[in-house]
Design a protein around this ligand. Sequence first.
Ligand SMILES: [Zn+2]
Ligand SMILES: [Zn+2]
Length: 350
Amino acid sequence: MKTVGYAAYSSDAIMAPYHFERRALRANDVAIEILYSGVCHSDLHTVNGDWGPQPYPLVPGHEIIGRVLEVGPEVTHYKAGDHVGVGCMVDSCQECDQCHHHEEQYCRHGMTPTYGAPDRIDGEITQGGYSKHIVVREEFVLRIPGALDLSRAAPILCAGITTFSPLRTWNIGKGSRVGVIGLGGLGHMAVKLAVAMGAEVTVLSRSKKKEEEAKSIGALGILASTDEDAMAAAAASMDLIIDTVPVEHDVTPYTPLLDIDGTLVIVGQVGPMKEFMSVPMIMGRRRVAGSLIGGIKETQEVLDFCAEHDIHPICEIIRPDQINDAFEVMNKGDIAHRYVMDMSALSVED
Ligand SMILES: [Zn+2]
Ligand SMILES: [Zn+2]
């Protein structure tokens, strides 16, 4: 199938149109026309080469909302016309213990990311959602509930599941005390999801500049990490802290905020962290953990949860040809919303 997308041709991360082919349908494949594609900070990191050398040209994008065009003969869950999603993975071994208990993101043989990795069958490099079409095996296709606004659902597939999974892992519910560091794409979803689960949520940020914004999405307020008195007064007051900061930083100021047995879970920075102090960990059996997206079953759960609780990410819709401007804004720092590309502005004939 002929298609078109926006690709990076080198680590300068300048995106330009790219014409390429999607594979012919295998028996268990779903062919999807992409309607909306979210722009994730990790797209930028990847095309920049921050996480290692990449196979260029590379089409990023792993927050994909689309409509089924055609299905292979063995596909049972989807038919032409269905609204579907694709997140950060498109395949895994399907045979190991992790795959068997629905945690394909931790597949013992490595899951196949949506872009930049060899397909398990033909070895072709996967290309992501900044494109007009995608072909994905049925097991990695999500159903988009009718109650979700298609134009604002895409970021649930990465930002949503990345924060939903730790909230579930650490059993957040009514009365839980949750801290969220950072109020960007991941952070604002963490707040909305935790609030809908019944938690008391506090945003941790350098300043109280975004306090009104934090309150408007259900947080109690902002605890400014630069305010030493306020930080000391908040010691041992949180059960879980979700750390969404996407760059190298120090967790030491935050760990004393955890109650005994509390956990700070890192979901933003993938790479080196500043040295940290073990005292709060030892004195309170506190933990510093990490978490990677979530399994396919859990991704369906977060989509259904968002539909049920009327949760939508804060999105700014752009055209695909505005992607370089969006990257530039994202490079400058955190933005409290997600760019989502309306792919109807892209045509294979262009
Ligand atoms: Zn992402
Ligand atoms: Zn596996």
